[in-house]
Ligand binder design. Structure first.
Ligand code: DP6
Length: 344
């Protein structure tokens, strides 16, 4: 009676950031966001779930170490998947597939990249967990809503390509779901570089960081997306931003400025983005000038820069990075990513 399912899910990097909740329990955002899901082979979580009559309790291991299964977000996901599976079985179309619902599960999850270093590990992690559990229970349902309960950004990793998370308006969050806006084939020349300058865990997690932003950032006080110029003034002309703007009706261009202004106007920004990311930003602005503004960049809640560029500029830009980044910043650790298909 042992059932085993293994799935992988990639990380996604937002270009219009989610940074602030209107409901902490249901994980409902204060604005819609837009992201690119990276190539499955690059930054991914692999999760195996096992269920059997002989298992005594639900348990979870993360990167080989047992973690607390009673985390509220984790419990929300488990509860919701089981509820949906039960509902499906009682409506008669679940059949034998959904049997085993009363059994406990063991979950084993591994990231092939630094965990909690601001590289969207919770996005890949919860998307993968929810997808694997759904497969275990034979559940075919819209899963972004469940993944959202684990970590907001996880709802976007359920899909490949270019994905938006609609903030929704309903209080119960039923309309706060992700959807693919463009397939992975939409922009084949786009390349994403992750510049790992620190693999250490973030000092402040996203959940706490965004709470502080909502309380202290003058830009987030309005509780609605800000309209900012498509081209950050300090950077002038940038070919990738131009292209983003052209392809996504300016939204990507706006995003990059929005992301940095929200993070940098937060009182605790020195912990969330930290000194290392401030230095990296300054270096990148200079570097991009040297590269004739061929790249756009963004940060999540950590010091590691994410660079968007096009295939034809990749080699030259990587050469510049290697040349200008001081060795002590580990500037030579790059991971290349591409938009991909949904978790499978
Ligand atoms: C900066 O999804 O990790 O990466 O919902 O509290 O788990 P919680 O936060 P999380 O926040 C991600 C923040 C971000 C921006 C983004 O991915 O949109």
């Amino acid at each position: 009676n042992l059932k085993l399912v293994t799935c992988t899910a990639p990380v996604n990097i937002a270009v219009i950031k989610y940074w602030g909740k209107r409901d902490e329990d249901l994980v409902l955002p204060i604005n819609s966001s837009l992201s690119v899901t990276l190539h499955q082979d690059q930054l991914k979580t692999t999760t195996t779930v096992a269920s059997s009559r002989s298992l005594k309790e639900d348990r979870i291991w993360l990167n080989g170490k047992e973690e607390n299964i009673n985390l509220p977000r984790l419990q929300s996901c488990l509860r919701e998947i089981r509820r949906l599976a039960r509902k499906r079985r009682s409506s008669g179309d679940g059949g034998a597939e959904s049997s085993g619902l009363a059994h406990k599960v063991h979950i084993c999850s591994v990231n092939n990249f630094p965990t909690a270093a601001g590289l969207a590990s919770s996005a890949a992690g919860y998307a993968c967990l929810v997808y694997a559990l759904a497969r275990l229970y034979g559940l075919e349902a819209e899963l972004s809503e469940v993944a959202r309960l684990g970590s907001g950004s996880a709802c976007r990793s359920v899909y490949g390509g270019f994905v938006q998370w609609l903030m929704g308006e309903r209080e119960d969050g039923k309309d706060s779901v992700a959807e693919q806006v463009e397939a992975e084939s939409h922009w084949p020349e786009l390349r994403v570089l992750i510049l790992v300058v620190s693999a250490e865990r973030k000092l402040v997690g996203s959940t706490a960081g965004m709470q502080t932003s909502v309380e202290t950032s003058p830009l987030l006080k309005f509780k609605k997306p800000l309209v900012v110029p498509a081209h950050p003034p300090v950077e002038g002309h940038c070919v990738v931003l131009d292209e983003f703007a052209r392809r996504a009706a300016n939204t990507f261009g706006k995003a990059i400025a929005l992301g940095s202004s929200c993070l940098l106007t937060t009182h605790y920004n020195i912990s969330v983005t930290n000194e290392c990311s401030v230095k990296t930003t300054i270096s990148l602005v200079n570097l991009n000038r040297n590269a004739n503004n061929k790249v756009a960049y963004t940060f999540d809640a950590g010091p590691n820069a994410v660079i968007y560029t096009l295939q034809q500029h990749l080699e030259q830009f990587v050469e510049l990075l290697k040349h200008f980044f001081p060795p002590e910043t580990n500037g030579e650790q790059f991971v290349k990513g591409l938009p991909v298909r949904p978790a499978s």
